[in-house]
Design a protein around this ligand. Structure first.
Ligand code: GDP
Length: 315
């Protein structure tokens, strides 16, 4: 009981905006430490109102640099920002990984910004199962905007769509081939597209190509789409276009709330979170029941994986 009391104190501290408490809570939730389930339940109650922005796109497009700029833009409006960087490596400490992200780390000492990296541990699509728990901690902390940066290994794009509310897809003028090869999936999930590195040559052509690839501007005669993904040019280096990008992100958030699409996406996120929970729990429960006797019976062909598997799941 003592521990439970302490855990509810931890929740209170996080609600008050205590970053150290949020850090501790995050570690417990992510590593499934003692009473992590109690904490996760509490944090879930305070979640559901932040805009979760997923930043996706090929490596080197400038996602980190642009994220740093976006943090600045949100902070200029006094919004509290959370950042979750999904680390593709399985390293336990994300320090080195975040260390590379100078533009993000510039904000690390700002009390209005909470930054954390999560190791993806080779989980489905690179996104860790723990991402939802982490998001709920940040929401409880009072983050109004949560930026989730994934590493565009090519497979993350679709998964981020079941985690974030708004998907920002980042590319560059020199990535014309990438656009050609861009998976239909990435095209479909993008809510806002950015041609970053607009300070380099070829941005206008890249924007036009991207618009063409997205089939934008040809909607005459068709029923107007509820949301037509804007294509913007930005330079994360100079800051050009970042204010416009923030306006589009706000616009998409308004659209989500007004159209009911936001609620639909939240339901999809919860379905995924529930799926992760069940998968982990069922797997662990069943595997914990595997005994040496069972393995012996399999060796002597008294039973087989399908029969024993069924029995373990039913128990
Ligand atoms: P990420 O892998 O998508 O996160 O890309 P990074 O943010 O790490 O950026 C990759 C490289 O591109 C770094 O050297 C950045 O300094 C550089 N970069 C990022 N944004 C811009 C930009 O707008 N213009 C130029 N010229 N370089 C940029």
């Amino acid at each position: 009981m003592m521990t439970l009391t302490k855990q509810s104190d931890l929740v209170k501290l996080v609600r008050k905006g205590d970053h150290a408490a949020a850090s501790r809570a995050l570690s417990i939730v992510v590593n499934e430490g003692q009473n992590s389930e109690f904490l996760a339940k509490e944090f879930f109650q305070f979640s559901g109102s932040a805009q979760k922005v997923g930043v996706s796109g090929p490596p080197g497009a400038g996602k980190s640099t642009l994220t740093g700029r976006l943090i600045g833009s949100y902070r200029a409006r006094k919004l509290k920002v959370g950042v979750l960087a999904v680390d593709p490596s399985s390293s336990i400490s994300g320090g080195a990984f975040l260390g590379d992200r100078l533009r993000i780390m510039e904000h690390a000492t700002d009390p209005g910004v909470f930054i954390r990296s999560l190791a993806s541990r080779g989980m489905i699509g690179g996104l860790t199962y723990a991402i939802f728990g982490a998001i709920h901690v940040l929401e409880t902390l009072g983050c109004e905007k949560i930026i989730i940066e994934t590493v565009g290994t090519g497979q993350d794009e679709v998964d981020i769509a079941s985690v974030a509310d708004t998907i920002l897809y980042v590319t560059t003028p020199s990535m014309g081939d990438e656009i050609q090869a861009m998976k239909a999936g990435a095209m479909e999930i993008g809510d806002i597209f950015v041609v970053n590195k607009a300070d380099l040559a070829g941005k206008d052509k890249a924007v036009a190509d991207l618009k063409a690839a997205l089939g934008l501007g040809h909607s005459a005669g068709q029923a107007a789409k509820a949301w037509e993904p804007p294509v913007l040019a930005t330079s994360a280096k100079s800051g050009e276009g970042v204010a416009e990008l923030r306006v589009e992100l706000d616009g998409h958030w308004k659209h989500l709330k007004a159209s009911g699409e936001g609620r639909a996406r939240l339901k999809r996120q919860h379905a995924t979170e529930l799926q992760f929970w069940i998968q982990r729990r069922v797997l662990k429960t069943a595997l914990d029941r595997v005994t040496d006797k069972i393995l012996e019976d399999m060796v002597s062909r008294k039973t087989d994986p399908a029969s024993i598997g069924r029995r373990l799941l039913k128990a």
